[in-house]
Design a protein. Structure first.
Length: 512
C-alpha cells in the first residue's frame, strides 16, 4: 500500500557527505553489503549512485539518481524507501527542483565544520520553494566542527522555520564520544575501552556535565518536535552524526520511516490527485540518456501519483495523445535495475523509450488530467556551440535535443544565424555538456561567447508575436519545442521590450 512508501530526496552542498550518507542508508536498508568511500584511492569502490564518467572523475554528483530499498521499522512494518540522490552543486539547481517535484520529503545534509556555505544557499532555497518537509542531518561531527547552537541558528535563519534537535553530539572533533538520542536517552558510541564511561547503547547513560548543560539549553531554547508542524514545512527536526563512521544513520532512517509523510496529493490543472484515486496516473520528472552506454538507452523516470500500476498496462502520455503499453518498467538501484511487475503511488519507475516520453508529460489511463509544476527557468549563461568537425551537425542536433530534455542544458535555435545557442544556470553545466558530447555522442565541440545575456519565452496572440518578430528577427529563436524565445542582451533590454509591447508577456519560466 502507498502508506508504506517513503519517497525522499537528499540535498547538500559539495563535500558535505551526501553520497557517503546515501551509501550508508542503503547499507542500513540491506540494499548493499559493502559501502565504499567516494574518494578512496586505487581500486576502492565508488558510490554506486555516481555512475557518470564526469561524476567519478570529479567526485561529485551532477545528475539525480533513484534507488529503491525496503526496511523493517521499529514497529515491525515493512517500509519501501524511494531515495532520490540529487546533484550536489548549485549549478544543477534546476535538476534538483524537478527532482523535488517527485518526492514527499527531503534530507538536508550540512557539513558540521563548514555550516551552510554562501554559494550553495541556492540549493536549499530551491528545497523551500517546493515546500517539501525537511529533516536536517548535520554530518561529520566526529571532526572539528562549529558550535551546535551556531549550526542550528544557521539552519533556522536560512530556511525561515523552527529547528528541533532530536539528537546531540557528545563532544565534537577529537573529543567526540558518541551521539545522544534525546527521545530514548541512549548513546551510539565508538568502540573501544576509552569510551566505556558512556555505557552501551542499551543502558541509561550519564552525560558529561558540559554536554548535559548544552542539552538543557537546547531543550529550553528550541521548540519540541511536532510532526504536524514538520509535515506542514514549518519545522525541521535536526539529527547529528557521522555518515562515514555510521553514527546517527540508523536514527535518521527511522525518522524518515516514522515521521516523513507517505505519498501526498499531486497538483494538476484541475485540482490535486490523491494517491487513493483508482485511476493509474503519474508524471515524468526526469529523462536520462545513456545510463547504459552499451545499449544507448533512454529512460524516463515516472513518479506514480495514483492507482496500482501493473506491468503491461496501457497509459496515454499527454505529449503523444495515444496509449502506449509499458512492458518493461524498471525499478532502480543506480545502474542496477530489475523489471517491476507492480508499483504503488510514491514509487518511481523507469520507462525505456526512444523519445516518446518527455519531462513534464502526464501518463494516465483516461488522458483527462495534466500534472503541473515542472517549469524551465530562464538561463543565466548563454553560449554558442561550434563544431570541430562540421560534418557532425546531425549528431550535434540529436545530442543537444537529448541533453536539453534531461535538463543538463537548454537549447535555442536562432531565426537568423547557423550557430545554435545553449543556456545553463551555472558554469559546471557547460563542462558536463562538453564531456558528454565527446564521451556519449563522439562529437567534439567548443563553446563561444554569445551576444545575448538571457532569454525570455514570448506569450501572447499569434498576431502580437508575428508583429514583434517583424522588427526583432535578429533577437528571436525557437526552443526545442518550437516556442518563440526573445534573446535579450541585458535585463534592461527585457524591460524595455516589455514596456513597448504590453500585449506580450516576456516570461522567465515555461511550464514543461
Amino acid at each position: 500500500m502507498s502508506n508504506s512508501r517513503r519517497t525522499f530526496a537528499i540535498i547538500s552542498h559539495p563535500d558535505a557527505g551526501k553520497t557517503t550518507l546515501t551509501e550508508k542508508l542503503l547499507l542500513q536498508g540491506g540494499a548493499i553489503h559493502l559501502a565504499g568511500e567516494v574518494k578512496a584511492r586505487g581500486q576502492a569502490r565508488r558510490a554506486r549512485s555516481d555512475w557518470m564518467k564526469i561524476e567519478q572523475q570529479r567526485g561529485i554528483s551532477v545528475t539525480s539518481s533513484v534507488m529503491t530499498f525496503e526496511r523493517t521499522d521499529a514497529n515491525g512494518e515493512t517500509v519501501t524507501f524511494n531515495l532520490l540522490d540529487t546533484p550536489g552543486h548549485e549549478d544543477f539547481s534546476e535538476d534538483t527542483y524537478r527532482t523535488l517535484t517527485a518526492v514527499d520529503s527531503a534530507i538536508m545534509v550540512i557539513d558540521a565544520a563548514k555550516g551552510i556555505e554562501p554559494q550553495t544557499r541556492k540549493l536549499f532555497e530551491v528545497c523551500r520553494l517546493r515546500s517539501v518537509p525537511i529533516i536536517t542531518f548535520i554530518n561529520k561531527v566526529d571532526r572539528e566542527g562549529r558550535a551546535c547552537f551556531d549550526l542550528l541558528d544557521e539552519v533556522a535563519d536560512m530556511l525561515a522555520l523552527d529547528v528541533c534537535p532530536m539528537s546531540w553530539p557528545v563532544g565534537m572533533g577529537g573529543l567526540f564520544q558518541g551521539i545522544y538520542d534525546i527521545e530514548t536517552g541512549k548513546v551510539s558510541r565508538p568502540e573501544g575501552p576509552s569510551k566505556e564511561f558512556l555505557g552501551t547503547i542499551e543502558e541509561n547513560v550519564t552525560l558529561p556535565e558540559e554536554v548535559a548543560e548544552e542539552m538543557e539549553l537546547a531543550q529550553a531554547g528550541y521548540p519540541d518536535f511536532d510532526i504536524e508542524a514538520y509535515r506542514a514545512g514549518d519545522l525541521t527536526p535536526v539529527y547529528f552524526g557521522s555518515a562515514l563512521k555510521n553514527f546517527g544513520v540508523a536514527e535518521l532512517i527511522e525518522a524518515i520511516s516514522q515521521y516523513a509523510p507517505p505519498p501526498r496529493p499531486q497538483p494538476t490543472d484541475d485540482g490535486p490527485v490523491a494517491p487513493e484515486d483508482k485511476e493509474v496516473s503519474g508524471f515524468i520528472f526526469k529523462v536520462q540518456a545513456n545510463m547504459d552506454p552499451m545499449h544507448r538507452d533512454r529512460i524516463a523516470f515516472m513518479r506514480l501519483a495514483s492507482g496500482t500500476f501493473k506491468r503491461g498496462m496501457k497509459l496515454t502520455p499527454s505529449g503523444l495523445g495515444k496509449p502506449i503499453a509499458i512492458h518493461s518498467p524498471i525499478m532502480f538501484f543506480a545502474q542496477d535495475r530489475e523489471i517491476a511487475d507492480t508499483a504503488e503511488p510514491g514509487d518511481i519507475i523507469g520507462i525505456p523509450n526512444h523519445g516518446t516520453l518527455r519531462v513534464g508529460d502526464t501518463l494516465s489511463e483516461k488522458n483527462k488530467i495534466r500534472f503541473t509544476g515542472l517549469p524551465n527557468f530562464a538561463p543565466e549563461i548563454l553560449r554558442r556551440v561550434a563544431l570541430k568537425d562540421p560534418t557532425k551537425t546531425k549528431q550535434l542536433r540529436k545530442a543537444l535535443d537529448d541533453l536539453s530534455e534531461e535538463g543538463v542544458i537548454q537549447v535555442f535555435y536562432p531565426e537568423i544565424g547557423a550557430q545554435w545557442i545553449v543556456g545553463v544556470v551555472g558554469q559546471l553545466q557547460l563542462e558536463v555538456l562538453i564531456s558528454r558530447l565527446e564521451a556519449e555522442y563522439k562529437v567534439e565541440a567548443v563553446l563561444e561567447s554569445s551576444p545575448f545575456d538571457t532569454a525570455r519565452w514570448l506569450k501572447g496572440t499569434d498576431k502580437a508575436i508575428d508583429d514583434f518578430a517583424e522588427f526583432n528577427k535578429m533577437n528571436l529563436a525557437r526552443d526545442r519545442d518550437g516556442d518563440p524565445v526573445f534573446m535579450a542582451r541585458s535585463a534592461w533590454d527585457v524591460g524595455y521590450q516589455q514596456e513597448r509591447n504590453p500585449e506580450l508577456t516576456f516570461s522567465a519560466t515555461k511550464e514543461r
